[in-house]
Design a protein around this ligand. Sequence first.
Ligand code: SF4
Length: 330
Amino acid sequence: MRVGIPRSLLYYKYLPFWKTFLTGLGLEVETSPLTNKKILSAGVKVAENELCVPVKAFYGHCMSLRDRGVDALFVPRVVSVEERAYTCPKFLGLPDMIGAVADNLSLPPLLTPKLNQREKPSEFKWQLINFAREQFGLGLLDAVAALESAKVAQRRYEESLVAGRRPLDLLPASKLNRARWRAPVKGRPKRIGLLGHPYNIYDGYITQNLIARLEETGVELIVPEMTDHHVLMEAATDVPKQLYWSYEKEIMGAINHWTGNRLVDGVIYVLAFACGPDSLIQVLIEHRARQHRVPLMSLTVDEHSGEAGLVTRIEAFIDMLTRKSAISAA
Ligand code: SF4
């Protein structure tokens, strides 16, 4: 049986885990191609207009996998990934949203394990073991073995990210979002913290090759994945009111960690138009940057984002950072 994993949303966070787990269940795994015009346009046509662009892209990736003839689509319902916190409501409802259009679009059947660690982290293990047993008839020992191998693959992936590798270096190859050259820089390169959900910042089509554009200016990039998860979670507590969403906590933890330890000269925050959780933490992020006198640029992306405007804004931001350090040095 060939199972398709759409290359959008939590793909960038958990592909090593999902791929190893599903392979351990005896399935063949296929991922959709990089987001491109055809995939995004197809998603935009069928998704509700008010959804954020990565979810619209997700629809397009499902259709792309359908066209590749997979037997099933993997669309987990990720409710919670830690105690007393939730993910974005879109992740909770994703199987329903895709399921609602599945017949019309002739999508293959969906595999939708429910993952909810809100009450007890150990439930995650049993949710996956039961999924393996009920859906594929695996014995307990085989299901546990698949789960343990998946955990090892994910741990290795996360360790590599903390060591400075990027998801783009470790996941199936991407031609997009890679710098083709680097501008020569005098002195220490500017260090920019690139903030945002992995499915936004690493999707070269959605963000118009943002990472490559930035690196071509000669800046040094820091991303949240380069910091240990526990450090991010600890740093995220330094806010007036505890956050409710796990992935937004990571983003908040990153800016708190970077600014508190003077690790960055500036921060670029990428957020999707119509994203509820991001628009709420945006206020906290702006406050934090102001408090620590770190320049911040927010970039809102949607399906209409254009490359020309992006390049102009990046250049203006880097110029401003260069002028700021020249003034401080004078
Ligand atoms: S967190 Fe925002 S960008 Fe991410 S899926 Fe939810 S609404 Fe979309």
